[in-house]
Ligand binder design. Sequence first.
Ligand code: DLZ
Length: 195
Amino acid sequence: MGAESEVSFSNDLDGTSVRVGIIRTRWNDKDVTRLVAGARTALSECKVLDANVFETEVPGSFELPYAAKLLALSGTVDAIICAGVLVKGDTMHFEYISDAVSKGIMNVGINTNVPIVFGVLTCLTDDQVKARSTGDSNHGYDWGKTAVEMALLKNQAMGVGMNKATGMGFGETQPVKDATDTDTPSTDEKKRVGF
Ligand code: DLZ
């Protein structure tokens, strides 16, 4: 796990059947390359196959939401990592782009049902970028784990890999009951609440 990271991930994240798209910027190329490498390390730790990782690039962070929408609509990936680095300059550019990109990426996820990881560093200085993209504090690593966790969550919620005829909603497949079935619920059924 990266230093500075407040989040932990299960060691059991199994990405063997997960397909991940990475969309990265050419702006701040070296930093973004390190972040993507961190994400790829996490993906391979989760057993995501190289063949199941699609990587493409756009000029800058402002282009990320549009490219993410196209990739999400292609139906070829279970999660997308948008990777970029925004550094504050002398003008209001940083504020406008950061706001537009974060909202744009959120909207793509909500509207396409494909989880999109907000892998955009929004930093005030180059030192802040370095501190978040190198060594044990490479945030890209967390983004890779987040992509697998959210892809699995989506697939579970959508019933991917389950028998739709006998299952409903999130979670494990349950046998369908008809109106005449008055059996007491099994222990497993009683345990299941929400996700
Ligand atoms: C123009 C610009 C500037 C000044 N700074 C950054 C940055 O720090 N990080 C980044 O990813 N992109 C930057 N861009 C480019 C914009 O994101 C975008 O590519 C252009 O405005 C063209 O739409």
